[in-house]
Design a protein around this ligand. Structure first.
Ligand SMILES: [Zn+2]
Length: 344
């Protein structure tokens, strides 16, 4: 615990928080000392990140593998029209940073997966879910258990949301709740839509849970699942229990080894493909751009290298080797184009 006294500016900035009956200066200092990670900077992640930044969570890690698309802007409220085509993690951070000088940001433009989740989430105090895939959530859940980091889970689609808080060693985990449920191609925001209002509501509840954890209070959704339907304006809170035979959080069973030591290709909500290489390495954008065929166009910035091939396919390369490929119709073609650009 560092110096307990807030600065004069902080007392003013957080005065409405400090006026709350359950938030004293020490609680506010705890929030400022908390390191949170938001996985997914999209529909849920955007309102989560705005709230965390304004409230004053001192370090915010942002993990996202996507780029900003025109179809995101209806609900992903931390991005502007000018941000289309840029990596979400870096752009989120540059848009949020002016909101609060007390916050340090850590952007990671990578795909979270079984073989890197512990590495990406290590050193953080609370994980907040802004994801749109069960596969990625499973990787987060496993790492949360392994690292003993509380995980505030949320999933939202159409006008529904589910939220729960998993505290390793105290509650069950996401696997206890979902069992073997897998992603389906039908239930995506592209196919069935999602209303921005359910996302803001779910995000607010996730952040409230983070405040409870950060200030050493019992989170309201530990051992509970909240199901909300904003169309009916119904809120149902169910008790949920640990599955004693859960392969992830039960101490009786050994953990499954990490998998996916190969390239991972994920179809994004926009129909583009995200490529995640098996190992992260720093990419020299200028060196890659120099080797491109003359007919290709490229734009180099600090955060990304955008390549427009002569057939119109666009590849946005991110600093650690992740990429988003737009304009292809299959995962195979996306990976082929990526490998050709990088000679791998
Ligand atoms: Zn479990």
């Amino acid at each position: 615990m560092i110096n307990l006294v807030l600065t004069s500016d902080q007392r003013t900035r957080y005065s409405r928080m400090l006026a709350l009956p359950n938030v004293d200066e020490q609680a506010m200092k705890s929030i400022l000392d908390t390191h949170v990670t938001v996985v997914g900077a999209g529909g849920l992640g955007s309102p989560i990140l705005r709230l965390l930044t304004a409230i004053g969570f001192g370090t915010i890690r942002v993990i996202d593998h996507d780029i900003v698309d025109l179809s995101n802007l209806q609900r992903q409220t931390i991005y502007n029209t000018d941000d289309i085509g840029t990596p979400k993690a870096e752009t989120a951070v540059s848009n949020l940073a002016p909101m609060n000088p007390d916050v340090v940001f850590e952007p990671y433009s990578v795909t979270i997966r079984e073989d890197n989740a512990s590495d990406l989430l290590g050193g953080t105090d609370i994980i907040l879910d802004g994801l749109d895939s069960i596969k990625a959530r499973r990787a987060v859940n496993r790492a949360s258990q392994e690292l003993h980091i509380p995980y505030v889970y949320a999933g939202a689609i159409q006008h529904y949301a589910n939220i729960s808080t998993f505290i390793p060693g105290e509650t069950g985990c996401l696997h206890c709740l979902l069992g073997d449920t897998q992603d389906t191609s039908e239930m995506t925001c592209e196919n069935v839509g999602v209303t921005p209002t359910i996302l803001s509501l779910a995000a607010s509840i996730e952040v409230q849970e983070a405040i409870m954890i950060s200030t050493q209070k019992e989170p309201s959704l530990a051992n509970h699942l909240l199901h909300m339907d904003i169309n009916q304006l119904s809120f149902d809170r169910f008790a949920i229990h640990r599955n004693e035979d859960c392969p992830v959080c039960s101490k009786k069973l050994s953990k499954e080894p990490a998998e996916e030591d190969d390239f991972m290709v994920t179809i994004l909500c926009t129909g583009s493909f995200s490529i995640s290489p098996p190992t992260r390495r720093k990419i020299d954008f200028n060196a890659v751009a120099k080797k491109l065929p003359a007919a290709y166009k490229s734009v180099v910035t600090e955060a990304f290298l955008k390549i427009i091939k002569d057939d119109g396919i666009t590849i946005t390369l991110l600093p650690k080797g992740n990429a988003v490929v737009e304009g292809v119709t299959s995962a195979k073609q996306a990976l082929h184009d990526y490998k050709q650009i990088l000679d791998v």
